[in-house]
Design a protein around this ligand. Structure first.
Ligand code: TYD
Length: 203
């Protein structure tokens, strides 16, 4: 049985990830793949409890990083690794690039500590493809505030935080040797779907 593919979606809050996630999962299913759709932080009953804490409660930045990776450890063990071993495809809304971007870039946690956690929790597991939705922090923040719902602890951050998150995302994309595909998310939904079609045709 061939191992399934592991695809992650990344970008600032408000970059439009959620719209494209639904389309991507439907498209892959229509091509005959069995797709497990999941998210981080979360994806398991324990991970969803950690998510609720992470999005609501203030905490030390290292506690935040450790809880993100604790949720991820459970997620890999319970959901991601078994699905890939079955030959299913996994589409995950955020993964470790978000820890580097938000806890590393945004909050300033040393990259070396994140790399230790990454190695510990993932060993050699990495996404086969990461779709990174790239918009400017002001466009993203406008979209988030226009949604009109209560904002979580990350969405309430200021523009300079999102600028650092985005810079880290872009630096990781540049260093990723093709794993991360940058998508200009300031375009229309249809234009973006055309790009996504081209990208998924290659994997
Ligand atoms: P997201 O799923 O984008 O939230 P929403 O339901 O509003 O679309 O992600 C929740 C938040 O978690 C997001 O602001 C980024 C943050 N996050 C981190 O800071 N580090 C991480 O490792 C992950 C996976 C998410």
């Amino acid at each position: 049985m061939a191992r399934g593919r592991f695809i992650t979606l990344e970008g600032l809050d408000g970059a439009g990830k959620s719209t494209h996630l639904t389309w991507l999962v439907d498209t892959l299913r229509s091509r005959g793949h069995v797709v497990v759709q999941t998210r981080e932080p979360g994806g398991t009953p324990l991970g969803e409890k950690l998510r609720a804490l992470l999005l609501a409660d203030s905490m030390h930045l290292e506690t935040e990083a450790l809880l993100m990776f604790a949720a991820r450890r459970e997620h890999i063990a319970q959901v991601i690794a078994p699905a890939l071993a079955r030959g299913d495809w996994v589409v995950c809304d955020r993964f470790t690039d978000a820890s580097f971007a938000y806890q590393g870039g945004g909050r300033g946690l040393e990259r070396g500590k994140l790399e230790i956690l990454e190695k510990w929790v993932q060993n050699d597991l990495q996404p086969d493809l990461t779709l990174m939705f790239n918009v400017s922090p002001d466009v993203a923040m406008n979209r988030v505030t226009r949604m009109g719902r209560d904002l979580d602890r990350f969405e309430r951050e200021q523009q300079d935080f999102f600028s650092r998150v985005r810079d880290e995302y872009l630096a990781r994309a540049a260093a990723s040797r093709g794993r991360i595909r940058l998508i200009d998310a300031s375009r229309t939904v249809n234009e973006i779907q055309v790009s996504l079609e081209e990208i998924i045709a290659t994997i």
